[in-house]
Design a protein around this ligand. Sequence first.
Ligand code: GLU
Ligand code: ZN
Length: 501
Amino acid sequence: MSVRVRYAPSPTGLQHIGGIRTALFNYFFARASKGTFILRIEDTDRERSTPEALDDLYATLEWLGIDYDEGPEKDGGYGPYVQSEREALYKEKASELVSAGRAYPCFCSAERLEHVRAEQKAAKKNIGYDRHCRDIPAADAEARIAAGEAHVIRLKVPLEGKTVFDDILLGQTGRKNKDINPDPVILKTDGFPTYHLANVVDDHMMGITHIMRAQEWIPSGPLHVLLYEAFDWKPPAYCHLPMVMGKDGQKLSKRHGSTAVSDFRKAGYLPEALMNFVSLLGWGYDDSREFFSKDDLCELFSLDKINKSPAVFDYRKLDWFNGQYIRMKDPVELKALLLPILIADGIIADPPTDEEKPIFDGAFPIIRERLKLLNDVSPMLRFLFVDPGTGELEDAVPKKSTPAQAAEALRAGLELLQNAPDVPDVHDEAACAVWDEERDGVFRARAEAEEWKIGAMLQPLRLAVTASKVSPPLFPAIRLLGIPESIKRTERLIEALESQG
Ligand code: GLU
Ligand code: ZN
């Protein structure tokens, strides 16, 4: 039997971590078992489905590089299955159930149902449909339908017994039939199916072999199994995925930080890093291996390595993965990702000028080692392209030191800069490394001669040049900025410190 699985999102909001975890696990499972991966848009809830959510879904899948294997013809290729385009099928299937006596039309008005609910509430009884129309003789019901009376179709849930299903991960679960929603609506007045009917019909018609989805769907399991039974179909295998928690053990939510994939994307995460990280939310190959490319996962993923226990979403670990993937990225590709960020942040021109290009090229190998997020590139390199001013003066003054002492250290630094040899071409990496190292030696020697700590000398200078306490290493920063501009900024800071007294 060839594996056929699907990702079946409802386009009612942004794609979040839990959703793409489901998508990825299904996708990897399909690829690893040489099976078929289907995308199915479950948009039968017309009030809650939005075009924005659909756009976000497509953009997210494309960004992650998840493709699907079949679907109805569209623009010369094929598109995903979309439930709102398959209405006729669900209607037909609902009437099949009515003919078989497994479902029935209900003519109750909204007012009547409201009245029933109010009475149940007053009597402190369970709230639910009272099965008022369950035993209307078929001929009567047909006549009322023929006369145009508004109605829904409800499933006949057995009054006795229990409905169970086997979950690959969790074993057997189930519920007494009397505790299942009494006769849920499967087809609405407007002829649109409810989620349960469309989901079950499609999973069967599409030959889905395994349903892998979030645990929040477990309560729907028995009802779905009843639908399969009503149709005389065999349900697929179920595998409900472990919960994703924040570090505090609560279900992952916005309280913990971003959960929308688009937020991660905008913040400068690489898709390969997010994919690797998400693949480990409830799955692991062995106890030690952490790095998995998409190709690895498409080969190695298997159901027997999914964990039962909840997965913890550790934002710091994701950041770590992202830094690792940035450093593994091909330099040309990485540059092509960073430049547009600098342009969008207004730091360099579009296209970059002939002056800006070599500065960026020279800075690239240095920041490459330090980036956690792609977007960190702007704060890191801003000082090279935009005059940052003097920054916070107090940052220029090392602990247990005074502004006057900082100014004195800067004067010494200024003198060393004035005597420094010309900076080499940025593309001559060896010469640049020598230049940086020599400056380091010269500055250290001076600090020693003055009996200053090296930090007392370099901290004010770093602030002068970059206006920030965190920046690329100082001497490459000075070299890239150029000696004249570094001198200008140093003199400016000396003045500011001295005027402070
Ligand atoms: N449309 C459901 C959702 O949005 C799919 C549940 C399932 O996979 O069966 O999660
Ligand atoms: Zn009714």
